[in-house]
Each structure stands twice: as structure tokens, then as C-alpha cells.
Design a protein around this ligand. Structure first.
Ligand code: FAD
Length: 309
């Protein structure tokens, strides 16, 4: 837990794999470090059932990797505290970080590691039934759908991986894919096609979600090629249709691209001296655990050099 002091060498906003690695490197360089997160440490690892592409582990559950990373991140004295950051004020040598608990912390360098959240479909019924059959996290909510009929919306890696995880629990899972093909890696596609409980509905989009007073009971669909409309009775749906950057608190710093991702150089530095960004929140060609960890190592080292100057 955090010491109740307010001044640090480095504040890291977000304790996902990127933030935790930056904390490890910066604290090992003897800097005083505070990681602030508005949720539990681990970030999107907590939403991932099984990870097979992080070096050193043939397979590991997301929450288990989060636990191991947290042990590593805090072993050299980095502090972790709850706090949703609402603003960074750049005062030159010192930056002020404000949280939604009305706390203020100061640091000479700040690393933004706030990641990305799941994109919503934006269809009627989605917000109304969120938590009542609409979910963005199979590992969190899958167990509520034992022997039920589910759909997963999306055709990328996350949709296919989490769809296969859900077939271990549900009676059947239909992957509703906007295009006429999957975007997921070939290895995942091969595996998915061999899963007897996974069905595919290509070239279809969900247009609205129905339910009763308690929970979801069906979806309306459109065929994107013919325009034909149909309905499907279901008990729940899981949505994996891309991600959006978590950068609202940083808009006034002028460090975002037109989609809201943070622009950095190779050293993870933004154009504001002393403010860095790492991981999924960055404008980057690949958003994965390995890349977030690599970014975190670079930023953790770079803040040390920056503070020596
Ligand atoms: C369903 C799913 C499956 C995936 N499967 C894999 C996989 O198999 N292999 C793989 O390599 N990658 C996978 N990924 C991607 C991987 O999880 C991410 O690339 C990785 O977690 C990015 O790490 P990060 O530290 O940049 O951000 P995140 O993990 O997103 O962590 C960001 C943290 O910042 C916090 N935060 C956000 N805003 C604020 C704020 N204002 N104030 C304070 N804290 C804030 C959040 O609470 C969160 O804890 C998957 C992602 C999903 C969603």
C-alpha cells in the first residue's frame, strides 16, 4: 500500500503489465515510485482467461500473471494505491496528479499506463442490459452462463480466444462476425474451427439487444450482405469489437493523436518533458502484454536518466 506522502520521483498511472514493469525498473533504480490505479492491479490481465503468448509461460491464467507481476513490481519498494486519475497538471519540474478522491500527488516525472477499454457496440439495449447478460469479460462473468446459449460478437484474437473459453462453460457459443471471415491469427482460427461447441455466423451484426425485467433474452441481427433481418434467442452476449484509449484526463496536455492514443517517441517520451506513456494507451502497431512490458522497461529506465539531468 502507498505511504501517505505526496511527493514522488515518479507517479505511474495504471497498474497493468506496462505500469507494473515501469514500477519495477524505476524502483530498482532507487527512485521513489507511486502506482495509482482506479481498480485492482493487473489491468486487462484480469479480463483474460488463458495467455499462451507471453514468453516464459506455455500457458498462464491472466489473474495469476497479474499476481506474479505485482510481486515483482513492488519488490524494490514501489508503492501502490487506489485512485482514478482525473488530471495531470504540468508545472515544469513538478507535475501535479489529481484523483477522483480529491487527492493530489506531485512527481518530477509521470508515466501514463492507462491502457484501453473494450469498445461498445452502441446498439439499443447494450447499456440497459450491461451486467444482466451483456458482458465484456468472459473470465469475470462466464461462470454465470453454465449450460446457456451465448453469442460472442467480434472476429479478432480476443473474440475467438474468449469464445473458446466460454464453450467450456456454456451449452453453445455462436461467434457473430461482421465480415465474411475471421481476423484472428491462423492458429486460433484452426483451433476454433475444431471446437464442437463453437458456431460461426459471418457477415452479421447485432442491431439491438432484447430482454425482460431481469436479463437478456435475445438479439436482433442484420445480414450485412443481403440486409435481411433476423432474431436469435440467447441468454447472454460477450462483446470483443476492439478498444478505445483511456486518455480523457490527458486531453488538455496536447499529447494525443486524433483517435485519442498518446503519441510518444522511441523512449516513450511525450512532447511534454517528464511525461511518458506506455502500453496499450500509446499509438503503437501491437497491443499485447509483451509490448506493454517492453514499453514499461524502457520508460522505467528513461525516467531515471531524465531525473539525473
Ligand atoms: C479479453 C482480452 C484478452 C487478451 N488476451 C491477450 C493475450 O492472450 N496475450 C496478450 O499478450 N495480450 C492479450 N490481451 C491484451 C493485453 O491484456 C493488453 O495488451 C495489456 O494488458 C496492456 O497492458 P497495459 O499495462 O498497457 O494496460 P492495461 O492492462 O489495460 O492496464 C491499464 C490500467 O490502467 C488503469 N486505469 C485506466 N484509467 C485510469 C485512470 N484514469 N486512473 C487510474 N488508473 C487508470 C486501469 O484500471 C488498468 O488497471 C488481451 C486483452 C483482452 C481485453
Amino acid at each position: 500500500m502507498a505511504e501517505k506522502k505526496t511527493n514522488y520521483d515518479v507517479i505511474i498511472i495504471g497498474a497493468g503489465p506496462g505500469g507494473m514493469t515501469a514500477a519495477l525498473y524505476a524502483s530498482r533504480a532507487n527512485l521513489s515510485v507511486l502506482m495509482l490505479d482506479r481498480g485492482i492491479y493487473g489491468g486487462n490481465l484480469n479480463n483474460t482467461a488463458e495467455i499462451e503468448n507471453y514468453t516464459g509461460f506455455s500457458s498462464i491464467k491472466g489473474p495469476d500473471l497479474a499476481e506474479k507481476m505485482y510481486q515483482g513490481a513492488t519488490q524494490f519498494g514501489a508503492n501502490y494505491a487506489y485512485g482514478g486519475v482525473t488530471a495531470i497538471e504540468d508545472g515544469g519540474e513538478w507535475k501535479t496528479v489529481t484523483t477522483d478522491m480529491d487527492e493530489q500527488f506531485r512527481a518530477r516525472a509521470v508515466i501514463i499506463a492507462t491502457g484501453a477499454s473494450q469498445r461498445h457496440l452502441g446498439v439499443p439495449g447494450e447499456e440497459e442490459f450491461s451486467g444482466r447478460g451483456v458482458s465484456y469479460c468472459a473470465v469475470c462473468d462466464g461462470a454465470f452462463f453454465k449450460d446457456k446459449q451465448l453469442i460472442v460478437v467480434g472476429g479478432g484474437d480476443s473474440a475467438v480466444e474468449e469464445g473458446m473459453y466460454l464453450t467450456q462453460l456454456a451449452a453453445s457459443v455462436t461467434l457473430v462476425v461482421r465480415k465474411d471471415h475471421l481476423r484472428a491469427q491462423p492458429l486460433l482460427q484452426d483451433r476454433a474451427k475444431k471446437d464442437p461447441k463453437l458456431k460461426f455466423l459471418f457477415s452479421h451484426s447485432v442491431t439491438s439487444i432484447d430482454g425482460d425485467d431481469v436479463k437478456v433474452n435475445g438479439v436482433h441481427l442484420v445480414n450485412n450482405e443481403t440486409g435481411d433481418k433476423s432474431t436469435m434467442p440467447i441468454d447472454g452476449l460477450f462483446i470483443y469489437v476492439g478498444s478505445v484509449p483511456m486518455t480523457k484526463p490527458f486531453e488538455s496536455l496536447g499529447i494525443l493523436d486524433d483517435q485519442g492514443w498518446v503519441i510518444t517517441d522511441q523512449k516513450m517520451a511525450t512532447k511534454v518533458p517528464g511525461i511518458y506513456a506506455i502500453g496499450d494507451v500509446r499509438q503503437t502497431p501491437l497491443r499485447q502484454i509483451a509490448t506493454a512490458v517492453g514499453d514499461g522497461a524502457i520508460a522505467g529506465q528513461e525516467v531515471y536518466h531524465y531525473l539525473q539531468k
